[in-house]
Design a protein around this ligand. Structure first.
Ligand SMILES: NC(=O)c1ccc[n+]([C@@H]2O[C@H](COP(=O)([O-])OP(=O)(O)OC[C@H]3O[C@@H](n4cnc5c(N)ncnc54)[C@H](O)[C@@H]3O)[C@@H](O)[C@H]2O)c1
Length: 273
């Protein structure tokens, strides 16, 4: 496989470490960095990058990335990079994996991604990332009668820097408080840093308007807890996932790293699960 990576942050670094640890080999590994950051990206990713491929290169433009001829491009960057870089790759016929799923809460971005994949004859895969059970949620949707409620529960201070600050005194909160209830669209728009899971559940299930979201600041929360309940004509289920921080960097969403690694290993074959 010729693998392309858009982004060189926390997830990108950990992802290459996981892939190298699994003995994954690529014919080429090409990374897109922001202009001016090529040397930094190269220094950061080279040890694992070289373990994965003898041909490891960092590029500063999406045109160069496309010219390197990847079979698959994995976006682990930002909402802006989804628009500026992933869309041209899809249009050029390169399959894509999308990790910044919150970007699709913007209906225009979702439409542009779909149109680009169609135009290029490429496949855009949306990874489950930090959340699980997405296979059965997407299957249940086909049976109809879907009702989905997603609850995001975190320790109070984990909500610092979000609109929760204006609703609660996060520093002194001593019991669990629901501070947001509404649609997945509004949740992803008002809380962009927490948008990925709400957007993934909405896209797999009942859509952005009909997926209900609750956000809770909870002093007892063991970490970043995702819970959602599904009712449908085929089955009902509830799933709860407790993410664990990376020992190297608490900002890295470990479950997301492993979820993306799984997607790449599945794409490489010979068996996908
Ligand atoms: N789907 C999920 O469940 C899930 C979970 C966690 C994070 N995410 C998303 O994954 C993305 C990456 O997360 P992270 O923790 O690695 O973030 P990060 O901030 O550590 O890294 C992002 C990297 O992308 C680079 N970048 C920015 N614009 C770029 C561009 N135009 N071209 C190339 N590179 C560019 C930045 O310089 C940075 O190195 C974020 O959008 C985050 O919201 C998704």
């Amino acid at each position: 496989m010729k693998l392309g990576l858009i982004g060189y942050g926390n997830i990108a670094g950990s992802l290459l470490g996981v892939l190298a640890g699994q003995g994954f080999k690529a014919e080429r590994l090409d990374v897109l960095a922001r202009p001016g950051a090529e040397a930094r990206a190269h220094d950061k990713l080279a040890p694992e990058g070289r373990a994965i491929s003898d041909t490891f290169a960092v590029h500063a433009s999406v045109e160069e990335l496309i010219a390197s001829g990847p079979d698959l491009v994995v976006e682990v960057a930002t909402h802006v990079a989804v628009k500026e870089s992933l869309i041209p790759c899809l249009r050029a016929g390169i399959d894509g994996v999308l990790v910044s799923v919150g970007a699709l809460a913007d209906a225009a971005t979702e439409a542009a991604l779909t149109a680009a994949a169609k135009e290029g004859g490429a496949l855009l895969r949306i990874v489950p990332g930090a959340v699980g059970g997405i296979d059965m949620l997407a299957a249940a949707r086909l049976s109809g009668g879907l009702e989905v409620t997603y609850t995001s529960r975190k320790p109070p201070l984990a909500w610092t820097g979000t609109p929760a600050e204006a609703k609660l005194d996060l520093a002194t909160l001593d019991k669990a408080e629901v501070f947001y209830e509404g649609s997945a669209r509004q949740a992803a728009t008002d809380y962009p840093k927490n948008a990925n899971v709400a957007a993934t559940i909405a896209l797999a299930g009942a859509g952005f308007e009909d997926t209900r979201v609750r956000m809770i600041a909870d002093p007892e929360a063991p970490g970043n807890v995702h819970e959602y309940t599904v009712r449908s004509n085929a089955l009902d289920f509830t799933i709860r996932l407790e993410g664990k921080p990376s020992p190297d960097n608490p900002k890295t969403s470990l479950s997301t790293v492993y979820s993306v690694a799984r997607d790449i290993l599945n794409a490489a074959g010979p068996v996908a699960i």
